[in-house]
Design a binder for this molecule. Structure first.
Ligand SMILES: NC(=O)c1ccc[n+]([C@@H]2O[C@H](COP(=O)([O-])OP(=O)(O)OC[C@H]3O[C@@H](n4cnc5c(N)ncnc54)[C@H](OP(=O)(O)O)[C@@H]3O)[C@@H](O)[C@H]2O)c1
Length: 296
């Protein structure tokens, strides 16, 4: 069924919108699951077909999966893309999608997971990914889980563009090496994973040529920009006053605690085998700064 659609779940999100573009560029027929509250014009402009639905409504998922070849999901509730979303989406919503995909007999399910989620029992949104991976396996869905590190796109973006301001606020310990990804690169491998030569049930770490610290990123970015950047380390406990829901705040603080253990580091050997190359930190940071308009 070469023309059968790839269902993208989360296609209105920061990462998912880029996955849609990469799939269209690969001549895939893309169907995007969309909630009634979201903005769909960019998806239509990108060439996607729309399927109305919601992860919390399993009947809508069964409709959206009709005739589908593969699924790519980057959806999440804990990110609160739409106000009122909660981590319940990452449990019940993902369970619904996995059940419906199992029943529909999809050829492949590409799941956006999180690096080393299986080691992070105390970080609710990491653990929800581990639970979803296990559910995919238990339901016999042919899946590949890509497990990216932290999005470098979010570095320096607390309260505006820190690279423009010359000051990067860094939440947590800036001396602990950890793995990052740049979302255009992640979107590319998520789209490639639909047809990649992998075994069912593989979990593949996604990162750069090496783990880097906050200080490394600020130093590399400063060299590229040709001007020094100030690093302002922030204590994650300050999130207690950030006005976010209690569960979201605790989840984030637990995540920064996990980062501090030094275990948020990828083994990218399988990434290199399957996808051909692993981005180099300096190059990814340069491309990020170019996208922000700071370098050519
Ligand atoms: N940020 C990081 O450092 C990091 C690291 C590793 C992995 N990840 C993973 O990367 C993925 C993508 O993140 P992102 O930044 O692109 O997220 P995002 O911009 O917040 O997008 C979330 C998407 O999920 C959709 N969604 C939420 N609840 C839904 C529901 N009930 N039914 C259908 N769709 C629903 C949203 O649709 P609406 O438009 O309707 O709201 C939106 O398209 C997430 O799975 C995240 O866990 C992130």
């Amino acid at each position: 069924m070469p023309d059968a659609p790839v269902l993208v779940v989360g296609g209105t999100g920061m990462l998912g919108s880029q996955v849609v573009a990469h799939l269209v560029a690969r001549n895939k027929h893309v169907r995007a699951l969309v909630r009634p509250t979201t903005t769909t014009a960019p998806l239509v402009a990108a060439g996607a077909e729309l399927a109305a639905g919601d992860l919390l409504d399993i009947a809508s998922l069964r409709n959206a999966l009709d005739g589908v070849d593969a699924v790519v999901s980057s959806a999440a509730g804990y990110t609160r893309h739409t106000p009122g979303d909660t981590i319940e989406t990452d449990h019940t919503g993902n369970a619904n999608l996995i059940d419906a995909a199992a029943d529909a007999g999809v050829r492949r399910f590409v799941f956006t997971s999180i690096l080393n989620c299986h080691e992070a029992r105390d970080v609710p949104h990491f653990w929800a990914k581990k639970v979803a991976e296990d559910a995919l396996a238990a339901r016999g869905v042919p899946f590949v889980a890509l497990r990216p590190g932290a999005f470098v796109d979010q570095v320096g973006m607390w309260g505006g563009d820190g690279f423009a301001a010359g000051r990067i606020a860094w939440m947590g310990d800036s001396t602990v090496p950890m793995t990052f990804v740049y979302t255009p690169d992640l979107a590319d491998v998520l789209a490639a994973a639909v047809d990649a030569d992998v075994s069912d049930g593989e979990r593949i770490d996604i990162g750069w040529d090496r783990a880097v610290t906050g200080r490394d990123i600020v130093e590399i970015a400063g060299k590229i920009l040709g001007r020094p950047l100030e690093l302002m380390e922030m204590d994650p406990a300050q999130l207690r006053n950030a006005g976010m829901p209690d569960d979201a705040m605790k989840d984030l603080i637990a995540m920064f605690d996990f980062f501090r253990t030094g275990r948020y580091v990828a083994d990218t050997r399988r990434q290199a085998e399957v996808f051909g190359s692993v981005p180099v930190a300096e190059d990814a940071i340069r491309r990020r700064l170019a996208a922000l308009g700071h370098v050519a």
